[in-house]
Design a protein around this ligand. Structure first.
Ligand code: FNR
Length: 369
């Protein structure tokens, strides 16, 4: 893997890192990262949803005091981009999450470290320095291990927990399977090394590999009610698409919601995250903190998500592509491009702050746009 310590030539927009990654990643790894699950229908839907909207320019508005600042649950963010939790970053670069964390600090971006990170969460926290950081939690089969992860995250300075609920079962992407992808031995989950779960009881005759097998430890409402008082940190839930789930989670006392379909990696055929965003926003009201991910490749995509009800967006695959192409520098550069692209879109649309970005800034697209 070639990882130059300079910004690669030919990168004009954040999305250019997608193209460049193909030159830096072996085909099987690229297929694993780029793919979703099944036939990648939801991966395609996530992207297509942004094309359904056009941004309407406005004239003569004074944006000279313009900014992208935003407060979220008392946390001041200089811009509305997060680094989404992405597992196994050693697939993209030997420095893995440590490089991503350095980029987070350089750009004051909140990073969400995955339970399945290559580097331990403590090392990521150290590399992140002053960057705000949240910890993404997969509930562990044994509650003692979950409690230990929560305590470690709090001790390492993570300020929120992101509980991912949509990935208890993930079918492989056909493109990754066809490319022969298998997780290499250097991509172990550094956080979980200390936890040896007891061997699962064998399935009984007639048991389903799915219901009684893969879903045996899948979180249910009881687990959420157990988790919320088990940590002093605010708990967000990631993977929300149904307005009724959003309402119920809000009533249960979560700190905020992430509208997401796991980048199309959980249920192939699930709707685009952006498509569900207005219904989820309507369900939870104007004040519920709401993030969105899935298909963000430009500042203009972020603008559309903000217009349709998101407070901020998370960037998944783009961080892996930039990491593969140019390490920490690449991720920092990609984020800088996203921020500038958002600012340019805001300026053209006459929006001087994220609060000015409303649904009226968008029009349904038509094929000739
Ligand atoms: C992910 N995602 C993810 N989500 C999560 O909650 N925990 C995780 O460990 C991972 N791991 C992971 C690995 C890889 C390779 C990818 C591509 C994605 C999902 C991620 O947080 C986010 O929801 C999507 O990536 C958003 O879509 P885009 O930005 O990739 O289109």
């Amino acid at each position: 893997m070639n990882t130059p310590a300079r910004i690669p030539p030919g990168i004009y927009n954040a999305i250019d890192y997608e193209r460049l990654a193909a030159q830096h990643l072996p085909a099987d790894r690229l297929a694993y990262i780029a793919g979703g699950c099944g036939w990648d229908q939801t991966v395609a839907a996530n992207r297509a949803a942004f094309g359904q909207w056009a941004v309407l320019p406005r004239l003569l508005r004074d944006v000279r005091a313009g900014h992208t600042r935003r407060a979220l649950n008392g946390q001041d963010l200089p811009h509305p981009f997060f680094l989404a939790p992405v597992a196994h970053q050693r697939l993209a670069h030997p420095d893995a999450e440590l490089a991503t964390a350095r980029a987070a600090e350089a750009t004051a971006t909140c990073l969400v470290a995955s339970t399945l990170s290559s580097a331990p969460l403590e090392a990521i926290a150290q590399a992140a320095g002053s960057a705000p950081r949240w910890f993404q939690l997969y509930l562990q089969p044994e509650r003692a291990h979950t409690l230990d992860l929560l305590a470690r995250a709090q001790a390492a300075g993570y300020t929120a927990i992101v509980l991912t609920l949509d990935a208890s079962i993930q079918l492989a992407s056909r493109s990754a399977l066809a490319a022969g992808f298998a997780l290499p031995p250097e991509c172990t989950a550094g956080n979980l090394a200390a936890y040896a779960p007891s061997a699962p009881a064998p399935l009984a005759e007639g048991d389903s590999r799915i219901f009684q097998g893969a879903m045996r430890h899948a979180p249910i409402w009881d687990d959420l009610h157990w988790l919320l008082p088990a940590t002093r940190l605010p708990v967000w839930v990631k993977g929300v698409l149904h307005p009724d789930d959003a309402r119920a989670l809000q009533a249960a006392g979560v700190a905020g919601l992430i509208v997401s379909n796991h980048g199309g990696r959980s249920l192939d055929g699930a709707p685009a995250a952006l498509r569900q965003l207005p219904a989820v926003r309507a369900a939870v009201g104007a004040d519920c903190p709401l993030l969105l991910d899935g298909g963000i490749r430009s500042g203009q995509d972020a603008f559309k998500a903000l217009a349709l009800g998101a407070d901020a967006v998370l960037v998944g695959r783009l961080q892996m592509y930039a990491l593969a192409a140019a390490g920490a520098l690449g991720v920092a550069h990609m984020l800088t491009l996203l921020i500038e692209e958002l600012q340019a879109c805001m300026a053209q649309a006459g929006c001087a702050s994220p609060a000015d970005i409303t649904p009226e800034a968008l029009l349904p697209s038509c094929p000739t746009d």
